[in-house]
Design a protein around this ligand. Sequence first.
Ligand code: PLP
Length: 454
Amino acid sequence: MLDIPNDIDHLRAVDNAHHLHPFTDHKSLHEGRVRVITRAEGVWIWDGDGQRLLDGMAGLWCVNAGYSQPTLVEAAARQMATLPYYNCFFSSTTPAVAALSERLARMSPAGLNHVFYASSGSEAVDSALRIARQFWKLQGKPEKRIIVSREYGYHGSTIAGASVSGMTDMHKQAGDLPDFHQVMTPYTWRDAGDLSPEEFGLKAAQSLEAYIQQVGADKIAAFIGEPIQGAGGVIIPPDSYWPEIQRICRAHDILLIADEVICGYGRLGAMFGSDVYGIQPDLMTTAKGITSGYVPLSALFVGDRVAETFIEQGGEFYHGFTYSGHPVACAVALANLDVIDSQNLVGAAERQGATLLAGLRDALGDHPLVSEIRGRGLMIALELAEDKAGHKPYASSRKVGLTCRNFATEEGLVMRACRDTMVLAPPLVISDEEVGLVVERAARAIDRTWGQIK
Ligand code: PLP
C-alpha cells in the first residue's frame, strides 16, 4: 500500500516549497496558510485541521455524483487491472472508449453523433477551435478563422483558452492570440436597464450580428458560448437570447459551439444546457461532470456536418493527445453515467435547485446587501451590491465577494466569489437537510459580510 505522509504541518511546508498552484496569487499564498483537503464523502470535504465543510461548489463545478460513489472506484480499478492504458492513435481503439462513444452519441442533442476525447475542458475547447478552422479549410474557405465569444465567457486556460475567454485579466497575461473577438454577454442584472429581459436578450445576441456585419461572415469560423456562463458569475440568458444566436449563426454560416463543460451532465436539471435552451450546436464541449471529476476526461461532441466533412475528405488531421480516450477515464465515465441515470441526478438537480433557490430567496431576498438571487438547476448566484435597487456593485478594491467567501469558509460552506457575485453549485446528490444547511451558512456569511462593510 502506498503511504502518502499525513503530517499536515509537514505537507503544508513541502507544498509551499515546491508546489505552484493554479489560478493563485503566489505571494499571498505563501504569506497565508494553505488548506490541506484530506478526504471527502457525499457533499462534504474534510481538511487537515479537522474542519468539515459542505462543498457548495462540487469541487470546481464537477463532482456531480458526489464524493462517495463506489461504482466509479470499482470501474477504475477493474479497468486498471485489465488495460490501464492504450491509445487511440494508429487505427486502435479500446472497448471502453468505443462503448462510451456509442452511449454519448445516444444521449446527445440531435445531430451530435461523433466524439473526440481529451483530458480537460481547455483541451476540448482547443480541439473545437482547431476542428472549426480545419472544417472551413476543407470547405475551401480557409479565411474563415475568427472565433467570436463573449465578455465574461470562460473557456479554459491554455493560450487559446485564455484568448477565447472574455476575461480581460487573462488577456493581459499572454492570452491574446489574434483572430479572437468578444461581443456582449446577456448580463441582465447589470446591463438590461429599462429593457425587458426578452428585449435585452435580443439586444445582446444582436451584438454578434453587428460584429459579423463589421468584419464579414467570410472571416468568421465560429461563435462559442456557455449555455449559462459559469465562472463569469452564473449569467443566465433571457429566453430570447439563444434562439436569436442560433438564427444569426445559421443565417451567416458560422459554426455554433456550445461550451457545456459546466452545464453538461445534469447540473441545470437537464442532461445538457443545449436541451434547456433548444440549442442545436455544431460542436459541444463537455468535461467535469462526465466523470464527476474522479479522473480527468473531456468529450467534444462533433456534429454530423463537420464530422462527415473530415471523414469524406480524408487527409490526416494533425491533432490529438496521448490520453485521448484514456480507457480508465472512459470506464469511469460509463459508471458515472449509470449513476446519473439510476439515481436520477438530473431530476434531483431540478428539484433541489428549486428548493435551494426558494430557501435563499426566503432567507436573503430582503437583505440589504443582496440585489438578486438567480439560478437554474444547481447553478445559483447571489449578487452582492452597494446599490441594491440600482444594481451597482461595490468598488473592486472593497473585495466584498472575497470577504464573503472567507466568512462562508469559516461557517463551513465552500462558496465561490466571481467579483461580488457569490456562486453555489453543489453536488447533485445534495439532500434536503444539506440544502437547509447551505441556506443557513450562506445567510450567516452574508450577514457577517454586511456587518463588516456597512
Ligand atoms: N469551459 C468552461 C465553460 C469551463 O467552465 C472550464 C473550466 O472551468 C473550461 C472550459 C476549462 O476546463 P479545464 O479547467 O478542465 O481545462
